[in-house]
Design a protein around this ligand. Structure first.
Ligand code: SAM
Length: 239
């Protein structure tokens, strides 16, 4: 196992290194439905997207593209972005009519600057600290006033593991069956409290709705699903 990062920039880099190393096995896990909580969280994000009936969707951190594919099959125009080339290639191979780009979040908007989307979605794809703050602003700037940004993330209450202070954490893969043992090192992630998420989202947007899909056995929330609309730059940070 490599040395744990010590500085914020090292953590941000390490997130991507870990995803590069685990891509092949991650794809297998998703293909085999091996992440138990996704029985609840995948329909939740799909239904959230459908509730807005967007024509053009940007799937940010699309991975091997399961969500993009589902939306494309419903006739939506989908663009997927992910930093890991093998995942982007897998997404493209299964859905040649949609548009998939191999890009790190910090390279956005880049080639998408002139594209128009009605909705952007980040499904369990936000791990960083500063990079996530920049990305949320970039995505909200890309959307029209009536557009929506949807973010599904592990629920802070369930993910805090008894320590609710914000900060970088090294983590272990959790909630996976035996196939999960083949994954490489789990990516570090920046733990945000619920208040931390709200502060981040309100910097450049307006939280219009929030869902907390529950684990039917533990009755605790598996995820937090935020629905955010853009706020024009001149109106930001006004009470
Ligand atoms: C847990 S997977 C989720 C994939 C997909 N959204 C899903 O629902 O299965 C997280 C994805 O985010 C991508 N990702 C994380 N940080 C990224 C970054 N800074 N730039 C681009 N992609 C990133 C990873 O490569 C990985 O494919």
């Amino acid at each position: 196992m490599s040395r744990a990062p010590e500085h914020p920039a090292d953590f941000e880099r390490k997130v991507l290194e870990c995803w590069h190393d685990s891509a092949t096995h991650w794809q297998q896990l998703i293909d085999q439905d091996s992440v138990a909580s996704r029985i609840i969280t995948s329909p939740a994000i799909e239904q959230a997207v459908l509730s807005y009936q967007p024509s053009r969707v940007l799937d940010v951190g699309c991975g091997e593209g399961w969500l993009a594919r589902k939306l494309a099959k419903r006739g939506f125009q989908v663009t997927g972005v992910d930093a890991v080339e093998s995942l982007v290639n897998a997404a493209r191979a299964q859905d040649p009519h949609s548009h998939y780009l191999c890009l790190e979040y910090d390279a956005l908007p880049g080639p998408l600057a002139d594209c128009q989307f009605d909705l952007a979605v980040c499904n369990f794809s936000l791990f960083g600290d500063q990079s996530v703050q920049r990305l949320v602003t970039t995505l909200l700037d890309l959307l029209p006033a009536h557009g929506h940004l949807l973010i599904q993330t592990l629920h802070p209450l369930s993910a805090c593991q008894g320590d609710y202070r914000e900060g970088w954490r090294n983590s272990q893969w959790q909630g996976l069956n035996e196939h999960g043992q083949q994954l490489g090192e789990a990516p570090p992630w920046f733990f945000r409290s619920l208040a931390g998420w709200l502060t981040l989202l309100q910097q450049s947007g307006r939280l219009v709705h929030m869902q907390e899909p529950l684990d039917p056995e533990t009755r605790l929330p598996l995820s937090a699903l935020f629905h955010v609309q853009p706020v024009r730059q001149q109106d930001r940070n006004k009470p």
